[in-house]
Design a protein around this ligand. Structure first.
Ligand code: VGL
Ligand code: ZN
Length: 205
């Protein structure tokens, strides 16, 4: 079985949002068209409490995109985004949610960030995504969503570590930084992942 993982397709990551990914809305028609061609569709939601320590506002003297040491891990600081229950944290209105079997929320612990849909950044806690995919007999995952160089990249990397055949759908994601995305793709290929265009996904009748 294969699964399409739709990562953090939320208003705060779209143009006009709190942490907008340039051209992020371009992926919406692509991911909507892809969904019927997969056995399983799963989504993730960045879902932070207001006091989340990845928010620059909680570290006086810093600004978004600064890096700090946060309880022993390197942490890029962000604008306040995807606060639990806020409009910016919903799944995007233009995302077809009718085929999404489950939504996994991440980033809920204030002290640690979670880029990957599988684990927090310290690999301390699992979201249950890997166990769920295995329970559905999934062996291959196709990763799309936002942002390419953060949550999509770390989800694909963890998928490889979890033993899934992993495909990054290059045209169904957009980065915050193009240079960061280039490094991320090289690293994924090095780790055994595959880069693919959505137009190369086998279509079902
Ligand atoms: C993300 C930065 C902070 C993402 C989430 O979804 O890529 N990036 N939180
Ligand atoms: Zn976040």
């Amino acid at each position: 079985m294969n699964a399409l993982l739709l990562i953090d397709i939320q208003p705060d990551f779209l143009p006009g949002g709190a942490l907008p990914v340039p051209d992020g809305d371009a992926i919406l028609p692509i991911v909507n068209a892809l969904q019927p061609h997969f056995d399983l569709v799963v989504a993730t939601q960045d879902w932070h409490p207001p006091q989340h320590e990845s928010f620059a506002v909680h570290h006086p003297g810093t600004q978004p995109l600064d890096e700090i040491d946060l309880h022993g891990l390197r942490q890029t600081l962000w604008p306040v985004h995807c606060v639990q229950g806020s409009a910016g944290a919903e799944l995007a209105a233009a995302l077809d949610t009718s085929r999404i079997a489950r939504v996994f929320r991440k980033g809920t612990t204030p002290e640690i960030d979670s880029y990957s849909g599988f684990h927090d950044n310290g690999h301390r806690h699992s979201t249950g995504l890997a166990e769920y995919l295995r329970s559905q007999n999934v062996t291959a995952v196709y990763v799309a969503g936002l942002a390419a160089d953060y949550c999509v990249y770390f989800t694909a990397k963890d998928a490889l570590l979890e033993g899934f055949d992993t495909y990054l759908l290059e045209d169904a994601t957009r980065p915050i930084s193009p240079e960061g995305f280039a490094r991320a793709k090289a690293d994924l290929v090095q780790a055994g992942g595959h880069l693919m265009q959505s137009t190369d996904v086998p279509l079902r009748a």
